[in-house]
Design a protein around this ligand. Sequence first.
Ligand SMILES: C[S@@+](CC[C@H](N)C(=O)[O-])C[C@H]1O[C@@H](n2cnc3c(N)ncnc32)[C@H](O)[C@@H]1O
Length: 304
Amino acid sequence: MTDSSTGANAAYGDRDPDALARRAGERANPDRDQHFLVDDRVLDRIPGYLPDDTDASHLLEIGGGAGALTDRLLANAAAVDAETAGSAPASHLSVIERDGAFADFLRREFSAAIDDGLLDVIEGDALDVDLPPFTACVANLPYGVSSEIAFRLLPERKPLVLMFQAEFAERMVASAGESEYGRLSVSAQHYAAVEIVERVPKEAFDPQPAVESAIVRCTPRDPDYEVGDEAFFLRFVKALFTQRRKTVRNAIRNTGHISGLDDPDAVVDAADEDLLSRRPGTLDPTAFAALAELAREHGSPTEA
Ligand SMILES: C[S@@+](CC[C@H](N)C(=O)[O-])C[C@H]1O[C@@H](n2cnc3c(N)ncnc32)[C@H](O)[C@@H]1O
């Protein structure tokens, strides 16, 4: 292996993102969610945002593109292997890429890593393909489907470091009472402690996206509350936030068709007045969970 920063055989972590994009021979197409990271400093920092105790033995990357982040993740995997020196199973990286031309390029560019058993490239849609048994995921997500991908990953309860549009990231991390707080905040925080670890300007990408971006770290943990039926809890939260300007009382009454409650009035009768007179955006996740349990008990929910 040479250490040329532009050659296909460069050491992992050394590849120049612009040279990778040139070698791929395909133009990144924003209509296909292709905004490639070209800022080396951001690329170098991303793997380090995984929580300290992360099992990084099988990393997953979604949307490999021309491989700038793939290269950094391979460097990480190779470093872990050098450190454990055979005393632990070899590290592995799986990359999912929907675009056949870029999937082919990744296979060519990183053929040595594939031959060494360090990498596999899964060509397909991240929303449909079977996910490999990954231990953590690091990705600069395609923004058109970032919500769907995030909610495919979060229930796996593995550490995630994901790039999103900044506005989406702010909604993920928001707390009760903040204007960005909503269904996305409660649902994401149900699975993990969620935090923005870096804001990334448009200039870090080529082609540049229309909006600023942010990197979010999701560290899996159990929530502070218990719910007997997770699917109902998430449906109930979704239902109430469709009426975020109404009182909780009216939101419960108006959304039985979404929450699946046959008897929302019975829930209103059983709930505390001070809770009912508030707006959904002021209830923290624990209050939502308590209300959802009350709704399950009194509101005759039907299966979704
Ligand atoms: C924002 S780019 C990131 C590329 C590269 N990882 C980087 O950081 O420069 C997103 C990548 O996801 C791919 N992509 C778009 N939709 C996808 C999907 N549904 N499943 C898998 N990959 C997808 C695009 O082709 C593109 O390569």
